[in-house]
Design a protein. Sequence first.
Length: 328
Amino acid sequence: MASQKLFSVVIFQLLLLVPFALGLPNANGLKLGFYHKTCPSIEAIVKETTARFISRAPTLAAPLIRMHFHDCFVRGCDGSVLLNSTKNNQAEKDAFPNQSLRGFQVIDAVKSALEKRCPGVVSCADVLALVARDAISLIHGAFWVVPLGRRDGRVSIMTEALTGLPPPFGNITLLKAIFASKGLSVKDLAVLSGAHTIGISHCTSFTNRLYNFTGKGDTDPSLDPNYIVRLKNKCKPGDIKTLVEMDPGSFKTFDADYYTLVSERRGLFQSDAALLDDNETKSYVKLQATSHGWTFMKDFGDSMIKMGQIGVLTGSSGEIRKQCAFVN
């Protein structure tokens, strides 16, 4: 079974590469081979540096893909989530949904390595897009090509992260609207939610489902009662420290088990459960749950390519930051 799964992953990786083999530019200005002349070893440098971290701490893959997601959904994929706050401005990084982001040291290390080889050439936004891809690939997850050419934004506003990111308590109507506003489809919503197959969460992101769902001390009826008992044993009311696996028993493995959990009403967040409230997303959940994720790896790569093109800055827009946490 393991060899069959590996074979399917390899086939889908090859299929992903076919449409982009010529490195043709996309309509938004991104293209493969963007740094072919200015920094030809970029992909090798990024992968080698990222691998040093992932080999020691594979659980960093989840926060790194999340960081890329959080970057793209606020102001587009411009590296704005990487900027530090200043005395005159609170940046996205300090918004509550981003306070649990980890892995900034990986981005900084990759950027530093690239600056030594190709100073002033590669944007932090491109670094983040490549690191997110390589982190997932290095834990034997999906692989996708990453068209490059993003430039870095100079603006990062905390309140925009509060309003722009899909919340874990979002219902299907809200989630579809947020994704549509970014040019992403309902299928992309179902596919990208599958990133919850890896990673952990603080109890605070879902304890309302356990103790006070409608404000009357009740539980969420969409959550499996037996799972509620298990979660209550881990998360007591007011617990702000405990961490829970999003895909219990498989949270370090990038696979389609997430969809089996959701189909069994054991998705950790309301946003996971919401996938069963729409015909299209529900059909996708059922497909992956019953087919052992046969198309998930390819689908995830396709959706990540689309997400990585949201609101990008190209050409003479933005800048190429010297350090990812600071504007030049």
